[in-house]
Design a protein around this ligand. Sequence first.
Ligand SMILES: Nc1ncnc2c1ncn2[C@@H]1O[C@H](COP(=O)(O)OP(=O)(O)OP(=O)(O)O)[C@@H](O)[C@H]1O
Length: 305
Amino acid sequence: MSIITTDELTKRYPGVTALDRLTVSIEPGVVGLVGANGAGKSTLLKILLGLNDATSGQATMLGLDVAAEGPQIRGRVGYMPEHDCLPADVSATEFVVHMARMSGLPSSAARERTADTLRHVGLYEERYRPIGGYSTGMRQRVKLAQALVHDPELVLLDEPTNGLDPAGRDEMLALIRRVHTDFGISVLVTSHLLGELERICDHVVVIDAGVLLRSSSTADFTRATQQLAVEVTAEADAVARTLTEAGLKVGRDANLLLVELAGDATYDVVRDAVAQLGQGLVRLEPRRHRIAEVFEGGARDAAAV
Ligand SMILES: Nc1ncnc2c1ncn2[C@@H]1O[C@H](COP(=O)(O)OP(=O)(O)OP(=O)(O)O)[C@@H](O)[C@H]1O
């Protein structure tokens, strides 16, 4: 069953169409919603949560009508907003317990769930310190914890890696993936960074200026190309020359050689060339599309229509 459906969903603000007849259906799992700043991602999340009204069209979440059944939806869904919205003078424990109580958990269950959730997001040691002294990464984790504390079936995460350094991004992405693998909670996560979602999502929805560009499984986005990615220990230029002399087409992507696949024999030609030059082979594999390339292609196609 789809966890989210939209049918011709449209949202107009004065002078801006934030969502333009968006029709999409999302299955359980970790789903990425990708689009540049202003593409309409936050608007969609708010409409799904019943926090904002659509101008026209319909949407459902967990089979419930978002326009009429907001309270039931919010009881079964967690939401991590994009912008900082945390009180500075209370601890993570106090804040998350408060949010758990707001979601209807009795006091003792709220405390227990808060401790479990803060442990899960890696804030257990710091849980009694005031949030005001937290780093950006810790604040993002508090926002994630409050979205999870009432054990929802689905969480909507709006730009959870915003403001994080590369290591913090990696940790947050791994945490998000575990929300699904460890607890079976479905995730809709937004980002303007395609590479991030490629790493953790089962399915990716791409929107641009409120219009659906593409909705596909990550595997479809990143299907194999007709190229081999080859990485050698040194002297990539010498290997490239040898392969070109052997009649292969060779391109470069930083330190990777991209070798046009001309049948299975290409693997042998590459292996022999590398061995002949006395080098080590670090990587020899079919190159896959990056989602970013597909998105750039899709955006170009859409612009051309
Ligand atoms: N309350 C509002 N009033 C007027 N225009 C709005 C309002 N909220 C959003 N918009 C406009 O709607 C469009 C979509 O905004 P939205 O915040 O949904 O995009 P987004 O993809 O989430 O981008 P970002 O990541 O920058 O928040 C933008 O052009 C934005 O300026």
